[in-house]
Design a protein around this ligand. Sequence first.
Ligand SMILES: Nc1ncnc2c1ncn2[C@@H]1O[C@H](COP(=O)(O)OP(=O)(O)OP(=O)(O)O)[C@@H](O)[C@H]1O
Ligand SMILES: [Mg+2]
Length: 257
Amino acid sequence: MTEAPSKEIIPSGATTKPIVQVHDVSKIYRLREETVYALNKVSLTIYQGEYLSIMGPSGSGKSTLFNIVGALDNASEGYAQIGDIRLTHLTPRQLSHVRCNYIGYIFQAFNLIPSLTALRNVALPCIFMGVPPEEADKRAAEVLTQVGLGHRLDHTPGELSGGQQQRVAIARALINDPCIILADEPTANLDLQTGSDVIQILKNLSVERGVTIITATHDHKMLSQSDRVVRIREGQIEAIQNRDELEIEEGTIEFAH
Ligand SMILES: Nc1ncnc2c1ncn2[C@@H]1O[C@H](COP(=O)(O)OP(=O)(O)OP(=O)(O)O)[C@@H](O)[C@H]1O
Ligand SMILES: [Mg+2]
């Protein structure tokens, strides 16, 4: 691996094994006369099994960071690394291997295919991996049951509530047994209770199965399960706070002063 992580606090509960490393990453867009730094020299180490929340206002760079860590976009400068794999100079085939094997993605807008049933939406990443359809359906039914949707396998997204759709998206993210889940504002379209249920499912995955959860949010109320919170503003990390530094008040978290 590369150099040791810098003066960051390692959370209790999570392991001390780095799983994601972001090294001096910048993402620069050059538009006509303007240069936009969506990320500006961001460095961050994320540990296996931790639940990390990335918090920042709209436009601060959260999705950009997710896309780079998730091998969906390239950094302009610096690089991200998953385990020992540097996400630079990989062929499309290698990139797709990383995406399918190591990472599960959950998006704000669920991104389900409307014409497919819950079962088939969840089975799809497995089919992409070359698993025979019958086996893929069997695994899909198992993960849907794990997220409490065993009774809705044949419903299309339009026949499911928002919270149920997001659980289908979680099941889809889980089907290839990823070590990392990237959840970009997974509760933004959900009411508070349903959002809390989704967060609880993600938290259980980190505690019970050692899956590393990286989630972006605007909402302080969604931080209560986090081992650490990274605050990002204008493309830069403003602060990284360990659980102990957060004050919890009746299900909400306020930053300690
Ligand atoms: N393709 C692009 N071209 C130019 N600028 C872009 C492009 N994509 C993103 N940006 C800019 O980069 C910055 C970071 O965007 P990003 O989508 O990462 O923000 P975010 O923190 O996810 O915001 P939100 O909370 O609204 O989802 C924004 O200022 C945005 O306008
Ligand atoms: Mg975003």
